[in-house]
Design a protein around this ligand. Sequence first.
Ligand code: ADP
Length: 923
Amino acid sequence: MNNSHSNRCKITFFVFSIFFLFSLLQNSAFSQNTEKKKILILNSYHNGFKWSDGIMTGIKDVLIDEEENPVVYIEYMDTKRISDETYLQKLYELYQYKYRDYQFDIIIANDNHAFDFLQKYHQQLFSHTPVVFCGVNNLEDSMLEEEDLFTGISEEADFRGTIDIALQLHPNTKHIFSVVDRTTTGMALKRMIQKMIPYYRDTVQFDFLENMSIDELEKHAGQLSGDSIIFFLSTYKDNLGHYVSLSEGNKLLSNTTQIPIYGSWNFLLGQGIVGGKMISGYEHGKMAGQLALRILDGESPADIPVIKENQNKYMFDYNQMQRFNIQLTDLPKGSIVINKPPSFYSISKHLIWSVVFIVIGVLTLIVFILSRNISKCKEVENELRQSEELLRTFMDASPDIIAIMDGEGRFLEANPACIKLMEIESVDYRAKTYSDLVQFKSNHEDNFLMYLETDENTWRTGAVSHFEEVIFCSNGTIKVYDVTKVPAFYPDGRRKIMFMIGRDITERKQAEEVLRESQERYHLFFKLLPDAIFIYDDNEIIFTNKAGAKITGCDSSEEIIGKDIFCFSNFHPDSQEEVRERRRQLLNGEKDMQPLIEEKYIRRDGVVIDIEVAGVAFWHKGRRMVMVVVHDIAERKKTEALRIKTIEQEKLLDKAQEYDKLRTEFFANLSHEFRTPLNVIFSSMQLLDQYTANHLEINREKLNKYKSVTKQNCLRLLRLVNNLIDMTRIDANFFELCLKNYNIVSIVEDITLSVAEYIESNHLKLLFDTDVEEKMMACDPDKIERVMLNLLSNAVKFSKPGSTINVNMYDKGETIRICVKDNGIGIPEEKQLLIFDRFRQVDKSFTRDHEGSGIGLSLVQSLVDMHGGKIFVVSEYGKGSEFVIELPVKRVSEETQTDLNRNGEIRHDNMESIHIEFSDIYM
Ligand code: ADP
C-alpha cells in the first residue's frame, strides 16, 4: 500500500517537472521570435483635448486589449496653441533626432495637423512605416494618391443630421448661429456650414458669431432671440488671442443664452448642449486601432480603403432636454441619452443580473423568512387559539361573572354566569352598552346604572377598583357580588379595555351576618351570664364579664382586665396552691380541661364564698389562652344544707312514725300477750267456780291441770312484766349490771344444762360444746342467764320437734364467743337486722304459731351491749339460725365485786327463771 502510494507520487512529480521545463522552452522561443511591436501615436493637439482624448482611449482599448501588448509612443503636437511653419519645422527636427534609431511598426495620426505633418515629413522621418489616420476633416482622394502606406478614417461630421433634428425638436427656429474662429479648423468648419445653407434656405437663416472677443461673444449670445439655436462647432480662439476650450466655450454659451445649443461632436455632450447627430472620438479611435491591428497582422495599407462612412449617432443630454421641454418620445429611435435617470433598461446586464440575483436572493430569504414567519404565525395562531379556547372554557366554566368591555363601554365578551346574572340570555349583548341593554331589560335598569357608575369611577381613578355590588334580581332576591374592575388605556391615555370579574358572596355575607348576630348574642350572653368568666393570656386576665366583677367584689370588669385574679382577692389558704396549679397546667398545655371543683373564695371584702370552678384551654390568634368559669354556689350550698336537714328531719319523723307504729303494735301485742294468759287463768278460775257453785266433785288430775295452766300463764305474765320493767329501766338508765369475775364457761354450761331436760321434753336435742373449760371474766351471771334463756327459748320456739339445738363456746383470746344454733325455721335476710329492734317480730300476725312480745332480743342486745360485747345472727330462711355473742374478756377489781354482791341472791331462783323465760312455750 505504502509502496504504491510512493510510486504514484514519483510519477506525478516527473510529469510536472517535464511540463515545467517545456513551458520554459516555449517562453524562450516566443521571446526570440516575437519582438514587441512599436506604435507611434501622433496627436495634432494636446493632452486633454476632448476629441483627441476620446480617440486615444478608443485606440488603447483595441490595441492594449491584445495579448501581445505593443510598445506605444505618444506625441502631442499641440497645434491648437501653435501651428506655424517654423514650429512644424522644429517638430520635424525634434522627431528626427528623437526617433533616429527607431523603427515603428505603425504610426497612427490623429487629426488634420498630424495627417498633414506626416504627409510632408513621412518619407524623412518614418519612410517605411504604415500610417493609419483618423479625425481628418475635408479629406479628399487626391491627398492620398501617392501615399500607399496611408490609410485611415475621414472625420465626417454630420452637420445636416444635427441641424435636421434640431429643427425637428424646435420647429419654430428661424436662426441658426454658429461660433467660429479664424483658426484653420474654424474656417474649415465655417465652410462646411456654408455648404449647408442652400438646404435650409426657405426655413432658417444661418449666421456666424466670429471675430469677437470672449466678452463680446458672451454679450451677443445673451441677446439671441427665442427662435434661434446655436450650432456649436469647436474650440474658440478670440480676436484677442485667448483660447477657450470646447467645454469652457460650451458652458459659457449655455450659461449665457436661453436658447438650445446643438453640436456634432460627442465630447460636447454634457457640456451644455442639447445634443445632435454626433460623431464619437472614442468610436473613431477604436476604428483606427482596428485598422492598425490589421496592418500589424500583415495586411498592406494600400489594400485597406479609407473609411468615409457616416459613423454618427443621435445623442442627447437629458438635463438639457428637460430644460427645453423635450420628451424622450420626441427623439429618433436608437438615440443615446446621457444623464437620464437610470431605468431598468439602461442598467447594465451585469448589474441587472446582479440585481436579479440579489432580488431573487432577497426574495428567497423573504420567502424563507415569511414561510418561517407563517409557520411561526400558525404556531402562535394555534397557541393563541388554544389559549383562547382555554380562556373561553375557563370563562364558560367559571362560576364567577367575567366581562370585557371596550373603551366606549361596549361589551366585547361576557361569560355565561355574567349573562345569566344580567338575564340577557336572549339578547346579542356584544357591542352593546348598558344603556343599550336597558331597552331589552328595563327591570335591570337600576343595576345597569350602578354598573355604569362603578365603571365610570374605575375609568376616572385609572386604577384597579375593588368593591361590593348589591344586585336586585327580577325574582325578588338580592345578591351581593365582590367585584374587581381593571381598566387598560392606550399610550395616549385613551380608554382601551375594561376587565371585570365578580364573585357571588351572598352566602358569605349572610354567613357573616349570622356570625355577627351570633357574636352579638355571645357577647350579650357572656355579659348577662350569672357565672363569672375570666379569660387568661398567661397570668393576665384579658376578658371578664359583669359577673366576674361582681364575684371579685370589683366595681367594673375594666378594673380586672390586665391583672391577675390574685390582685383583687384570694382563695382560701387550702385552695390557693390547687388553683395556681390547675391554671398552670392549662396554660402550659399539660391539660386542656380542668373539671369542676368546689373552692372556698375570699372576696375583696373578706367574705368567704363557696364557688365552683372549671377551666378550659383554647387557641386564639396563635396564643394559648385559658377560660375559667366561676359559679357562685353559696345559694346552692344553703339549699343543700337545708335539704340534708330536711332529709334528716324526715328520717327522724319516719323513725318517730315507725316508733309510734311499733308502739301501737307493741301495745296491741302486749294486750294480746296480757289477755291470753289472763283469759286462760280466768277460764280456769271460772271452771273451778262452777265446780264450787254446783258443789261438784273435782278430781285431782283436773285440779292439777287447772293449777298448772294458771301457773304457766302467771309465769308468762310475770315474764312479760319483767321484760317491760327491765326495758323501761334500761331506757331510763336505771338498769345496772352486777359484774363479778366468773368462769363464763361454767355459767353458760350450767344454764344450758339446766334447761336440757326441759328442752328434750319438747322432743328436741340439746348439745353443748366448748373449746375452753374455764374463762374468767367480769360478767353479771343473772343477765347472762337472761340472755341465754332468751336465746334458748327462741330456739325451742322456732324449731321443729326432732331437731337439735347446739350451744358452743369458743375462746378467742380477747373475747369469748357463745353460739346458739338451731335447725329451725330461720329468719329471712331482710329481717335479720330488724329482729334486734324493740317490738320487732318477723311474723306479727295474731295467727302466728308462737307467742311473744318482740322485746326479748332487744333486751338481749342491751344486756350484751352492757357487757361491752356484741350480738349478731347468721341465718338462712327455712334452714335454721345461729345467734353469735362476742363478749370481751375483762375482769373487775375485788372492790367492785363486793359492791355488786348485794344482788347475788337472785341466782337461787334459777329454775323459776327458766319457767318464766320458757313460759311462752306450751308444753
Ligand atoms: P318474742 O317474745 O316475740 O320471741 P323476741 O325478741 O325474742 O320476741 O324475738 C323476736 C322475733 O325474732 C321472734 O318473734 C321471732 O320471729 C324471731 N326469732 C327469734 N329467735 C328466733 C329463732 N331462733 N328462730 C327463728 N326466729 C327467731
